[in-house]
Design a protein around this ligand. Structure first.
Ligand code: R5P
Length: 304
């Protein structure tokens, strides 16, 4: 194995530590202090010359700070002549803004991709982008890792009698179809309506397919306010499902999400650790599985 270093920004140190352990190393030393006016001042305290350097930063809340921290760490490292510099982004915030929904709006996901390139990262490792096409926003290579395998293991453990995979919206059909294929079970799609004039608000409408008496497994990429999942779970229950299980890659859990999800007719909800959840966002039916082995494998592919 060649010489490499793994640094972590402040967003998800526990995940970075797990990855470091799997790679039989420890995290590189970096001092992430701030000036009195809140400017970030990273100080890399390792010799990075001629090494392959990985920097892990989940672009989760507060995403703007984490984008800036990642960019500044990148700039600090590239000034000391590393051999290669790779951004490890378990959750790419802004990915849901992958198109112009209205004239006058930015394509924010593309702007984030440019930020990463401007900071001189030469490659990116990321997990379950909201839309596969976002890979094309980068001009540098992207290793796009899927958490579906670790989530599939969890669903198998439940030994559900009559599983049916549910995509909570049309945009998630490909993800749901992949899971349905992997488990060799049927899938259905729900129709979701979003309101452009009301942020973070959605309604679940009709279910396209049969769910009565079945064990619904909703699969989604991101849970933000929890509205999509809570509404879908309620609609599925109203349509006569026996149980509702939820699988999601990224637990953003913004605003009242924990309250909504706890109250929703959900039996179990499994997410990954791409985003670090504070204690107050944990609740009894929530299970967290780690993407550390997937990311460690992706890193290993780039250093062997
Ligand atoms: C939307 O297209 C995504 O796949 C998720 O369904 C959505 O971002 C979830 O947002 P919320 O939890 O706020 O309903």
């Amino acid at each position: 194995m060649k010489d490499f270093l793994l640094f972590s920004g402040s967003s998800n140190v526990p995940l970075a530590q797990k990855i470091a352990k799997l790679l039989h190393t420890t995290l590189g030393n970096v001092d992430l202090s701030r000036f009195a006016d809140s400017e970030i001042r990273p100080w890399i305290q390792e010799d990075v010359r001629d090494k392959t350097v990985f920097v892990l930063e989940s672009l989760a809340y507060p995403m703007d700070e984490h984008v800036m921290e990642l960019s500044l760490m990148g700039d600090a490292i590239r000034r000391s002549a590393p051999k290669n510099m790779i951004a490890v982004i378990p959750y790419m915030g802004y990915a849901r803004q992958d198109k112009q929904h209205r004239v006058g709006e930015p394509v924010s996901a593309r702007v984030i991709a440019k930020f990463i390139e401007v900071s001189k990262f030469k490659e990116v490792i990321t997990v379950d982008l909201h839309n596969d096409a976002i890979v094309g926003f980068f001009q540098i290579p992207v290793s796009h890792v899927s958490a579906l395998d670790v989530l599939t293991v969890e669903i198998k453990k439940l030994s559900l009698a009559r599983p049916v995979i549910v995509s909570p919206d049309v945009g998630g059909v490909k993800r749901a179809r992949n899971l349905a294929y992997a488990l060799d079970v049927p899938m259905v799609v729900m129709e979701k309506k979003r309101f452009l004039d009301r942020h973070d608000t959605s309604e679940s409408f009709q279910i396209i397919g049969e769910v009565r008496g079945m064990d619904a497994v909703i699969v989604d990429d991101v849970i933000s306010t929890g509205g999509t999942i809570a509404n879908s779970a309620q609609s599925l229950k109203d349509a006569g499902t026996k149980s509702v299980t939820v699988l999601a890659s990224h637990a953003v859990f913004a605003g009242e999400a924990v309250k909504k999800l706890s109250a929703a007719p959900i039996d179990t909800l499994t997410v990954t650790d791409t985003i670090r959840l504070p204690k107050e966002k944990l609740f009894p039916k929530l299970h967290i599985v780690s993407v550390a082995p997937l990311i460690a494998d992706a890193i290993q592919m780039l250093i062997k």
